[in-house]
Design a binder for this molecule. Structure first.
Ligand code: IPM
Ligand code: MG
Length: 358
C-alpha cells in the first residue's frame, strides 16, 4: 500500500493531474494497487492560501509519503512577488528539502509523433535519450547570490558551485542508468572556461573507474546543444549540471514533437521520488481543456517504475499511451492534419479505456 502526495500546483497543473489521478484510480480498481492519495499545496496557489509557496505542512506530508506527483507551478499572477515568495521557489525548495538530486528526463520519440518533431523524421525516429540533471546544487543554489549596489550601480550575482561529493553522486546515478541501457555516458560541461566544470570533468573520470562496462565521453555544452539538434541519436545517457540540464532538456523535449509528452523523475539516494511533467504551468491555456496530459500520465508510469517497483504496470501505461496515439487521437499540441483532436479530459479517458482493455 503506497501513499502518494498529489501537488497539482498552478495553471494547467490541476487539469493534467486530474487525468493522472484517473489512471491511478483505474490501477487501484483493476490491479489492487491500493495507492492512497493525499492532496497538498505548492506554488502560487500555496502562496495564495498560506502566504508561502512551500508551506511546512507540504514538506511534512511529503516526508510521510512514498512518492510525490506534481503538476506545475507559476504564472503571471505571482511574477511581481518578492523573489522568495514566487511559485518557482516552492519547486526549488521541495527539491532541495527532500534532497532530490537526481533528475531523470527521458526524451523518447513515439514513432506515431515523428511528424510532430520540427526535425526530419530520419534524424529523430527511434530517439531514446536520457538526460540526468543534477537538481539541488550548482548555480541554482550557489551562494553568494542576489542583486546589490556596487560602485554606484546595480550588480547581480549568482555562483556556480559544486562539491566533489555532489558531482560524484549524480555521476553514479548516470552510470548506473547507462548500465541498464546503451552503456554510454556523455558528460556535458564548460570545462574550457569554468573551473567548477574542470572539477566536474575530473570527478566524472574518477567515478567512471567503477563502471568499466560503461563508456564515458565529455562534451562542451555549446557543442552539446548543437549536437542535440544535428544528430540526437548519438546520445544514450547525458549527465550534466543543474542549469545546463534545464536548458538541454527543453531542447531534447522539442525533438520528440512536444514538450507536452515528457515526464521526469527527481530521486533521492533511496529512490524516493517526485514525479512531474517537464513542461511548465502554461497559464495561457489553463482551464481551456486543451493541455496535453500525457507527460503527467507518463510521470505516473515513471513513479511505478522507479519508486514503487511496479515495472509491469509502468509498461502497461506506456503501451496504453501508444495505443491511443496509434488510433490517431492527439491533443492540439501534437496534432497534424487528419488527426482526431481531443481535449485534456477526453485524452485522460482514452488512456484509462486503453489501459482497461489490455
Ligand atoms: C524545470 C523548470 C524549473 C527549473 C523552473 C520552473 C524553476 O524549468 O523543471 O525545468 O528551472 O528547474
Ligand atoms: Mg526547465
Amino acid at each position: 500500500m503506497s501513499k502518494i502526495l498529489i501537488l497539482p500546483g498552478d495553471g494547467i497543473g490541476t487539469e493534467i493531474i486530474d487525468q493522472a489521478v484517473k489512471v491511478i484510480n483505474s490501477l487501484n480498481s483493476n490491479h489492487e494497487m491500493g495507492m492512497t492519495l493525499v492532496n497538498g499545496l505548492i506554488g502560487g496557489i500555496a502562496y495564495d492560501e498560506t502566504g508561502s509557496p512551500l508551506p511546512e505542512e507540504t514538506i511534512k506530508i511529503a516526508k510521510s509519503c512514498d512518492s510525490i506527483l506534481l503538476g506545475a507551478v507559476g504564472g503571471p499572477k505571482w511574477e511581481s512577488l518578492e523573489r522568495d515568495l514566487r511559485p518557482e521557489r516552492g519547486l526549488l525548495g521541495i527539491r532541495s528539502e527532500l534532497d532530490l538530486f537526481s533528475n531523470l528526463r527521458p526524451a523518447i520519440l513515439y514513432p506515431q509523433l515523428a511528424s510532430a518533431s520540427s526535425l526530419k523524421t530520419e534524424i529523430v525516429s527511434g530517439l531514446d535519450l536520457m538526460i540526468v540533471r543534477e537538481l539541488v546544487s550548482g548555480i541554482y543554489f550557489g551562494k553568494p547570490r542576489g542583486i546589490e549596489i556596487r560602485d554606484g550601480e546595480r550588480f547581480g550575482i549568482n555562483s556556480a558551485t559544486y562539491y566533489e561529493s555532489e558531482i560524484a553522486r549524480i555521476g553514479h546515478s548516470a552510470f548506473q542508468i547507462a548500465q541498464k541501457r546503451g552503456k554510454r555516458v556523455c558528460s556535458v560541461d564548460k570545462a574550457n572556461v569554468l573551473e567548477v566544470c574542470e572539477l566536474w570533468r575530473e570527478v566524472m573520470e574518477e567515478v567512471s573507474l567503477s563502471y568499466p562496462d560503461v563508456a564515458l565521453s565529455h562534451m562542451y555544452v555549446d557543442n552539446a546543444a548543437m549536437q542535440l539538434v544535428r544528430d540526437p541519436k548519438q546520445f544514450d545517457v547525458m549527465v550534466t549540471s543543474n542549469l545546463f540540464g534545464d536548458v538541454l532538456s527543453d531542447c531534447a523535449a522539442m525533438l520528440t514533437g512536444s514538450i507536452g509528452m515528457l515526464p521526469s523523475a527527481s530521486l533521492d539516494k533511496n529512490n524516493f521520488g517526485m514525479y512531474e511533467p517537464i513542461h511548465g504551468s502554461a497559464p495561457d491555456i489553463a482551464g481551456k481543456d486543451i493541455a496535453n496530459p500525457l507527460a503527467t500520465i507518463l510521470s505516473v508510469s515513471m513513479m511505478l517504475r522507479y519508486s514503487l517497483n511496479q515495472v509491469e504496470l509502468a509498461d502497461k501505461i506506456n503501451s496504453a499511451v501508444s495505443t491511443v496515439l496509434d488510433k490517431g487521437y492527439r491533443t492540439k499540441d501534437i496534432s497534424a492534419v487528419g488527426d482526431k483532436v481531443v481535449g485534456t479530459e477526453e485524452m485522460g479517458d482514452l488512456i484509462v479505456m486503453a489501459l482497461e482493455s489490455q
